[in-house]
Write a protein that binds this ligand. Structure first.
Ligand code: XBP
Ligand code: MG
Length: 261
C-alpha cells in the first residue's frame, strides 16, 4: 500500500522530448504543404510555447507575428485543417520511431502497473498523438495501461488551467491527494497544482529549464535509471537515485507534510 493511488503523466516534454524536433517540424511541414511560407525556428517556437495547444498556438502566431495576413473567412476551419495536417506529420514521425520515451518512463510505468497503482495521461496534445507515441514506444497494448487518457479538446480551457486534471480526477473518482502528477513545464505544474495535486517536474528541455516551478513538490532533470542517477534540482528529495514507487512514497509523504520525507 502506498500513500497514493494513481500516477498521472503529462506527455509533451514529460513522457518524451517532443517539442523542438517533433511538434515544431510537424507544424512547419503542414505550413509548407499548405503553400504557406511560415517557418517556426527553434527560438521562435520557444516563444510560441507560451500558448498550449497546437490550434491555439497557430492562432497566437497569426495574431502576434502575422497581423497583416489575410486568411479565409472561416479561420477556425482553416486552422483546424492545418492542425489535422500537422498531426498527420507528427504521428508519421512517431511511427518511424524518431521520438523515444524519456529515461526511466517505461521502467516506472511497468513497476506501477505490476503494483496495481492506477495510471492516467493528462495532456494538452491531440489524443491520436498519445496513442501513437505509446504504441510506437511500448507496443500495441500499452494504451490499455492507462485508465484515463485526458487529452486535447475534452476541456475548452487548456493548461495552465486546472480543468484537464479535474476532468481526469472525475473520471478516476479520486481526490487530488491520491494522485501524483508528472510534468515538465510551468504551465503543467500550475495546472496540476491548481487542481490540488503534488507535481514532480522532470525537465532537461532548454525550453522549460529556467521556468518557475515553485508549485512543484520536486524538480528533477529526469526520472533516472539504476546506474543513471537523476539530479534533484529543487524540492530537497536528497538521496533519490531514480524515481521508483519507493521514492514516490517519500515524495508523497513530503507533499502531505508527513514523515518519511
Ligand atoms: C503540450 C502542448 C501541445 C503540443 C502540440 O503542452 O502545448 O500543444 O505542443 O500538441 P503540455 P497539439 O505538455 O503542457 O500538455 O498540436 O496536438 O495540440
Ligand atoms: Mg508538457
Amino acid at each position: 500500500m502506498y500513500g497514493f493511488e494513481a500516477l498521472l503523466f503529462d506527455v509533451d516534454g514529460t513522457l518524451a522530448d517532443t517539442e523542438r524536433d517533433g511538434h515544431r517540424p510537424a507544424f512547419n511541414a503542414a505550413f509548407a504543404e499548405a503553400g504557406l511560407d511560415w517557418e517556426w525556428d527553434p527560438s521562435l517556437y520557444g516563444e510560441l510555447l507560451a500558448v498550449t495547444g497546437g490550434k491555439e498556438r497557430i492562432r497566437y502566431y497569426l495574431e502576434h507575428w502575422r497581423p497583416d495576413w489575410r486568411g479565409p473567412a472561416d479561420l477556425d476551419g482553416f486552422i483546424a485543417d492545418l492542425h489535422r495536417s500537422k498531426t498527420r506529420h507528427f504521428v508519421a514521425m512517431l511511427r518511424e520511431g524518431r521520438i523515444p520515451l524519456r529515461p526511466g518512463v517505461l521502467r516506472l510505468l511497468r513497476e506501477a502497473r505490476e503494483a496495481g497503482v492506477r495510471l492516467g495521461i493528462v495532456t494538452t496534445t491531440t489524443p491520436e498523438n498519445v496513442t501513437v507515441l505509446l504504441e510506437s514506444c511500448g507496443g500495441p497494448g500499452m494504451v490499455g495501461w492507462f485508465e484515463v487518457i485526458a487529452a486535447g479538446d475534452v476541456v475548452p480551457r487548456k493548461k495552465p488551467a486546472p480543468d484537464i486534471y479535474l476532468w481526469a480526477l472525475d473520471r478516476l473518482a479520486l481526490p487530488p491527494g491520491a494522485c501524483i502528477a508528472f510534468e515538465d513545464s510551468d504551465h503543467g505544474v500550475r495546472s496540476a497544482a491548481g487542481a490540488g495535486l503534488a507535481a514532480i517536474v522532470v525537465t532537461e528541455s532548454a525550453y522549460t529549464a529556467g521556468q518557475d516551478f515553485s508549485g512543484a513538490t520536486v524538480v528533477l532533470d529526469q526520472l533516472g535509471e539504476p546506474g543513471r542517477p537523476c539530479k534533484v534540482l529543487a524540492g530537497g528529495a536528497s538521496g533519490i537515485e531514480y524515481i521508483d514507487l519507493a521514492a514516490l512514497e517519500r515524495v508523497s509523504a513530503r507533499a502531505r507534510g508527513g514523515a518519511g520525507s
